[in-house]
Ligand binder design. Structure first.
Ligand code: PEP
Ligand code: MG
Length: 756
């Protein structure tokens, strides 16, 4: 055998002709193997395709016995072909039969061939099959030949991925692997079931032409595009536009570092020199890199894979001139948006009517985009590891935002089950909606105020939709988090005014900035802290940076001119902090009055109770405030010393633990003595069983996410409050070492037919 005839360039050109011919998939594959065999002067060329059941099936051959096609199979790891699929690496040997992995398949008649060259068929780093050439004589395959076979394998990968070969699978076999159904688990972020089709937020470039007409011109295109991409990365990083598009600066910095890597550029050029177009060369190099890195066990290296993917994707977009992210008006119907990460502003730009769900590969429940998804009521799953490389645009997909389950290319029975789940949910929602105008009163005629938590203007629509009595917690930091830069006083005033006017007569309780901890403003450098949850956050920042706090107070005071302003201070650890915050507030108010501005008609000044120290200073606290709201999320975190974000411990203690309930009881009793309005605005308030306990303890004001109002109302409409009060008090008195009153409350709900 001579060196590859005319080299890979000629082979590629011939392959392009075959790909364009209007023939059946089997004919095309047959022609491809014949072409490769003759071009590489090999007696055999065979193509094995990976099936969904994990076996490799012979799909086409030139040289082996034809009867073996669609008959011969081997497991991944079995024989030389299985070994290549497993390692995702090329294998060239001059005497195949003495190789320890050699497995004899009599039906193929391959025993007469001594030398063997096999390469994995890779796409996006995933192995889709194996391409093999064999020769009778013992010989060494050159690097150039290995390279040529890898390049042809890449073209075949496209054919496999297109689904064109699906129809050729042996009857009763499991179909080809690349189209197999997948089930993934992410973290549950925003409730709801979404059925639809994958739309990638950063769409992959569809490579239409793999074969260069003019190799030198392709090399030049590659050079120019690398240069332009580098300078646009510099621009994104240096001019701060990174924050705006919601991308993390450090991700971009890593991507930029790789973009300057000489080894990467050299590999791209070598691939283009084989006759691939610049785009195909990028994909080829990235696919090889992925295949290598996916087999890495070092988590740091695996993490870098994302950055390399992003680099390749950026370069491909540069080459084709397509925008890096999807045009927001191009969102098809029933779209499930899949993104590695995404800024909140980007999500808001998509047409909500077409969006059925959102999947984030890297963002969890606290990412800013997740906050927006929740506000918009879009089912959302986060931390979906690997998702962007496992799906293709247009794949059928289902997400369950309440469990974090994702089904890619679901089987019909899965599809039916989820369609039913979505239908039941719609029915439940309709029932809750029908309760909207019913007074929120228990069976024994106690009126309960159900308010909602909000943080964006879009949340306000939920007031009417669910019949909330007001906004019990407006998290102002969310407005800041989704803004491209720190909003000035006038912009803040405009936002607060808009919130108040949407709320109309209903009260709105504005919480001052609760940043720090896990809430980071993209445009504000966060200090490095060992324990951010216990660090410089919320009012601590406000008191240390008075300009920030006073600007916010001024904006609130002006926005609420002529009506009631309710302002609430988060993360108060000591009453002196209340005095300091109140002094700053009064100063602003006096300043406005002095300069002739109109101010609110009345002011209610309150604090969040979320740090346990206040439990031991309740009298001093109550005499200083007009109202308090219990941040049970943080109170629980600090009372039990369990990081609310740490999955290993977050659920270790139940909020219905007697210690927590006694703390809450003490607060509500003292507040009542001082005639201070008290509410609960943490997640507890929105979960039926926990809300049941809160009502039993004496709370009459609850504030929760909009979606919880229906279920909580349904619960309290059927509740005899005095009965549950006695039951809970008895439970707390018994002091029998129980770690939760939950079982008792569940039993109560069951026997009293309270829907929880
Ligand atoms: C809380 O801590 O319970 C609370 C409502 O505040 P956030 O969840 O915003 O910290
Ligand atoms: Mg809190």
């Amino acid at each position: 055998m001579r060196g590859a005839l005319g080299g890979p360039r000629l082979l590629l050109r011939r392959l392009r002709e075959v790909m364009a011919e209007p023939v059946s998939a089997q004919d095309r594959l047959d022609k491809i193997v014949t072409l490769i065999a003759s071009n590489m002067v090999a007696e055999v060329c065979s193509c094995y395709v990976l099936r969904a059941d994990g076996t490799l099936e012979l799909y086409a051959t030139e040289g082996l016995k034809r009867e073996a096609v669609h008959l011969t199979t081997m497991r991944v790891g079995e024989g030389l072909v299985g070994l290549i699929a497993q390692s995702a690496e090329a294998l060239a040997i001059s005497d195949a039969q003495v190789h320890p992995a050699y497995a004899y398949k009599p039906e193929t008649g391959e025993e007469i061939y001594a030398s063997f060259l096999g390469v994995p068929i890779l796409r996006g780093g995933n192995t889709l099959g194996v391409m093999v050439v064999q020769n009778r004589a013992r010989r060494q395959y050159s690097d150039e030949e290995i390279e040529a076979l890898q390049t042809t394998a890449m073209v075949t990968a496209e054919m496999i991925a297109s689904g064109e070969l699906e129809a050729l699978a042996k009857p009763g076999s499991s179909g080809i692997a690349v189209r197999r159904p997948l089930m993934l688990k992410g973290s549950a972020i925003a409730d709801g079931v979404g059925l639809g089709h994958v739309v990638l937020h950063e769409p992959r470039v569809l490579i239409k032409n793999y074969v260069a007409d003019d190799v030198e011109a392709e090399m030049r295109r590659l050079d120019v595009s690398i240069e332009t991409m580098r300078s646009s990365l510099n621009d994104l990083i240096e001019n701060g536009t990174a924050g705006q598009s919601g991308e993390h600066r450090d991700v971009l910095e890593t991507v930029r570092m790789f973009a300057n890597d000489r080894g990467w550029i050299k590999r791209l050029k070598e691939a283009a020199a084989t006759g691939l177009t610049a785009e195909a060369a990028v994909e080829r190099v990235q696919s090889d890199t992925r295949a290598r890195m996916l087999r890495q066990t070092d988590p740091y290296l695996r993490e870098r894979l994302h950055d390399l993917d992003e680099l390749a994707n950026r370069l491909l977009h540069q080459l084709t001139g397509e925008a890096f992210t999807l045009a927001t008006d191009a969102l098809p119907n029933n779209a499930i948006l899949v993104a590695r990460g995404m800024g909140p502003a980007a999500l808001l730009e998509y047409n909500r009517a077409n969006l059925r769900g959102l999947i984030l590969e890297e963002g969890g429940g606290n990412s800013h985009v997740a906050v927006v998804a929740k506000a918009l009521g879009i089912p959302c799953v986060g931390d979906a590891s690997g998702i962007t490389s496992l799906v293709e645009t247009g794949d059928a997909i289902i997400i369950d935002g309440s469990t974090g389950d994702i089904h890619v290319r679901p089987q019909p029975d899965v599809q039916t089950a989820y369609a039913e789940k979505a239908r039941l949910r719609a029915g439940r929602l309709a029932k809750y909606r029908s309760l909207r105008d019913k007074p929120s009163v228990t069976l024994d005629k106690q009126t309960i105020s159900l308010q909602m938590n909000a943080g964006l203007l879009i949340d306000l629509a939920n007031l009417d939709e669910w019949g909330a009595a007001g906004i019990g917690l407006f998290r102002t930091e969310i407005l800041f988090m989704v803004a491209p830069s720190m909003p000035r006083a006038s912009a803040q005033e405009g936002l607060y005014r808009a919130v108040l006017s949407s709320a109309g007569e209903r009260p709105v309780t504005f919480r001052t900035l609760d940043i720090g901890g896990d809430k980071i403003l993209p445009y504000m450098r966060a200090p490095d802290e060992e324990n951010p949850a216990l660090g410089w956050r919320a009012i601590r920042i406000g008191l240390d940076r008075p300009a920030l706090l006073r600007t916010q107070f001024r904006a609130l005071l002006r926005a609420a001119e002529g009506r009631e302003l309710r302002v609430m201070i988060p993360m108060i650890g000591s009453v002196t902090e209340i005095d300091q915050a109140r002094a700053a507030f009064n100063k602003e108010r006096e300043h406005l009055i002095k300069h002739g501005h109109s101010v609110p008609k009345s002011i209610k000044f309150g604090v969040m109770l979320e740090i346990p120290s206040l439990l031991f200073d309740l009298d001093a606290l109550m005499s200083r405030v007009d109202f308090i709201s219990i941040g049970s999320n943080d109170l629980m975190q600090f009372l039990f010393a369990v990081d609310r974000e740490n999955k290993l411990v977050a659920n270790r203690f139940d909020p219905l633990h007697p210690a927590m309930l006694r703390a809450l009881h003490r607060i509500v009793e003292t507040a009542n003595t001082y005639n201070v309005q008290v509410s609960v605005c943490g997640e507890m308030a929105g979960r039926p069983i926990e809300a049941l306990a809160l009502l039993a303890l004496g709370f009459r004001h609850l504030s929760m996410s909009a979606a919880s109002i229906g279920p909580i109302k349904a619960m309290l409409l059927k509740l005899d409050l005095s009965a549950v009060h006695s039951a809970v008090m008895r439970g707390l008195e018994q002091n029998n070492g129980a770690s939760s009153l939950r079982p008792m409350l569940e039993e109560f709900a069951h026997t009293h037919k309270v829907p929880v």
